[in-house]
Design a protein around this ligand. Structure first.
Ligand SMILES: Nc1nc2c(c(=O)[nH]1)N[C@H]1C(S)=C(S)[C@@H](COP(=O)(O)OP(=O)(O)OC[C@H]3O[C@@H](n4cnc5c(N)ncnc54)[C@H](O)[C@@H]3O)O[C@H]1N2
Ligand code: MOO
Length: 433
């Protein structure tokens, strides 16, 4: 497929139905190149929602997921209030510029005013309740002081500068669904309702295990032909910010029995086990065998994805299992897709593919089609325009990831795209974390 400027590179918006949690070996897909949406659904099917509930003070609930939907117990605001510093007036059918109106009272935020009669006004401050008899507020910038009265500089209409009771939420409104992530916005909304404690799901307990004879612990001496473990620290950090309780399961050698033993132990106390390495087809790739030896299931997913073609999803005992490819960028991409889908399911919400935002490409694109590709990309800001520059990268290189602002997602069927073609951009940094 050849795209021109103005044509879209965005994948269609898709929400995956929460798959029935009855995945078994008999309904495994056999296709060698699975679509990303199909792979997400397969992955999610192996995970079960965490049902334990922690009842927490609101401040301790950040990063958790709501156990149930929450309804408004108050209309908010609970009373009509002023949006500005000024004067509460009775506008009725409207007041003309030049009208002179006596000031009969003063209402600060937290105080209550007395009833206004026709032609009277009260000094009022932002957030203070509108007194009975008033139906508008005039900004202080729109009046002239004249002794103990004001003179209107502009006409005034009923309703001006009033935040009416219930304009944010009405009593009984649904504030958030069960499974919603508790972030700063939701904390503010719940706090504004006077809610001090909230029912959240227990944080999913997720173990991260690195595999490979060549993989060494950062800080330890590095032998010949060895590499330091980059995947486990990366995944532990990702899981922490995703609201999980993490279990650092260390590094295990390329020995299927040793790996199986470690997996069995972890399965007893975790909701999800994430391994990296050994997910591919070589005879030194043991992740699937180890999962089977541990009495579990490991379904290989050959995805139409670059990087991150090989991955395993399954279950060991009561724990869901995700076997990531060893190359760090592949591990990151596969975790961002399949791992995220599994975490969504553990949190009791419906998994959906990550949604990128369209940003025009800075340069022409030419590549071999066939796999959806996630390419580290930088946002360039020039002449008030934002463009996306794709960085030279491969599945083993970490520096381009750190130099990038996010991933550009190139759909599987695209071979060429002209500069200016919008591509789906997935930012690494979210405003609210
Ligand atoms: N004949 C084929 N070979 C490979 C294929 C294929 O389809 N046919 N796929 C390639 C792709 S794509 C990937 S991705 C890798 C995936 O391999 P594995 O998941 O089996 O992972 P390993 O072989 O164990 O490791 C790959 C690479 O990553 C390094 N690694 C491993 N663990 C870590 C870690 N914790 N931190 C940093 N780096 C790590 C490892 O040393 C290897 O260099 O397979 C291709 N081969
Ligand atoms: O897909 Mo591999 O994950 O290309 O390096």
């Amino acid at each position: 497929m050849q795209l021109k400027a103005g044509e879209y590179l965005m994948p269609p918006l898709a929400v995956l139905d929460a798959p029935a949690n009855d995945a078994c070996a008999c309904d495994r897909p056999t296709s060698a190149k699975l679509s990303i949406d199909a792979a997400l659904a397969r992955a999610a099917a192996w995970a079960s929602p965490v049902t334990d509930v922690d009842f927490l003070p609101l401040g301790a609930a950040a990063g958790r997921f709501l156990a149930h939907s929450v309804r408004a117990r108050l209309s908010s605001p609970a009373f009509d209030r002023s949006a500005v510093d000024g004067y509460a007036v009775r506008a009725g059918a409207g007041l003309e510029a030049g009208e002179r109106l006596p000031v009969i009272g003063r209402i600060a935020a937290g105080a209550r005013g007395t009833r206004l009669r026709e032609g009277e006004v009260a000094r009022i401050f932002t957030g203070a309740p509108i007194p009975p008899g008033a139906d508008a507020v005039v900004m202080q910038e729109d009046v002239r002081q004249d002794g103990n009265a004001i003179v209107l500089a502009r006409p005034v209409h009923a309703g001006a500068h009033i935040r009416p009771a219930g304009e944010d939420v009405a009593l009984g409104d649904r504030l958030a669904e069960g499974g919603a992530r508790v972030d700063a916005r939701l904390i503010a909304l719940l706090a504004a309702q006077g809610i001090a404690m909230v029912a959240t799901r227990r944080r999913p307990r997720v173990a991260v295990l690195s595999t490979g004879d060549e993989v060494a612990e950062p800080g330890a001496p590095l032998g010949p032909a060895a590499i330091y473990d980059a995947n486990r620290p990366m995944l532990l950090a990702l899981l922490e910010v995703s609201g999980c309780e993490t279990v650092d399961a260390g590094i295990v050698r390329d020995d299927p029995r040793e790996q199986a033993q470690r997996l069995s132990m972890l399965a007893e106390r975790c909701d999800l086990i994430v391994t990296s390495g050994g997910a591919s087809v070589g005879e030194e790739d043991y992740a699937a065998r180890a999962a089977h030896l541990a009495g579990g299931d490991a379904e290989p997913l050959a995805m139409a994805l670059k990087p991150g073609k090989p991955a395993l999803v399954g279950r060991i005992g009561a724990a869901a299992f995700l076997g990531l490819p060893g190359n760090p960028v592949s591990a990151l991409v596969v975790f961002s897709l399949l791992g995220r889908a599994m975490l969504a399911r553990l949190a009791g919400s419906t998994p959906s593919p990550p949604q990128g935002l369209p940003v025009p490409l800075a340069e022409p694109l030419s590549r071999k089609p066939g796999r959806t590709e996630f390419v580290p990309a930088r946002l360039l800001r020039e002449n008030g325009m934002v463009r996306l520059a794709l960085l030279s990268s491969n599945s083993a290189r970490l520096q381009p990831l750190v130099d990038a602002d996010g991933f550009a997602e190139i759909p599987a069927d695209v071979a060429h795209a002209a500069p200016g073609t919008p591509a789906a951009f997935h930012a690494f940094a979210g405003l609210l974390g």
